[in-house]
Design a protein around this ligand. Sequence first.
Ligand code: C5P
Length: 224
Amino acid sequence: MVKKAFIIAIDGPAGAGKSTIARMLAGKLGYVYIDSGAMYRSITWAAMRAGFSLQDDKKLVALAKETRLCFKKHDHQMKLFMNGKPVTKAIRTPKVTANICYIADNLQIRRLMVKLQQKIGQAGGIVMEGRDIGTKVFPGADFKFYLDASAQERARRRYREFKARGVKVKIQDILQDIRIRDHKDKTRMVSPLKKAKGSIVIDSSKLTPEQVVSIMMGRIAGSV
Ligand code: C5P
């Protein structure tokens, strides 16, 4: 039984299974699960709705500053609220995904997001997933996991998800999107995706989510 209120960071590329794993792990530990990507997605969505050029850094920063983001318990999960309203699936469209780089590459906006994430997680009892949680948000986290998988396997998983939802897509297009996003996330000037110092690397290519969670639980339980 794990009783301490640990801070657990999970980073990794798109489609490695971070959300599923983080949610399952938080459930097992009785911790709060935080999806940091949803924050970047929400600001991107709000900026797209506002209608100004996403290359206008001044307007982007002003928008991020005036946008109130907070996580609240909603239907037994932590849900992100923007300006008092729960964010919807609209933040997960391919258009939003394609435009996130304008927000994720902006140093001032990243500072705002990181500050908020640190405030949310500082008391512990939290599993936070993203790209820079172990490197920037909580470099001193009790556990830092880097969840990886081959690009092909990540594309296959996304393809199955789309198919299950009845969305027609080509696996080659998904694979290309994944490669583009990997490149953007790993090469950006500010807080690029990389393995945090001391992180535990897990390749989930040939593992089920249950197996990944079991490896993580083993590492956590083995240390207390
Ligand atoms: O996790 P998700 O795929 O929803 O994240 C969307 C995008 O948000 C990522 O590709 C990345 O560019 C950005 N992001 C980030 N830092 C985080 C979480 C997400 O830059 N901590």
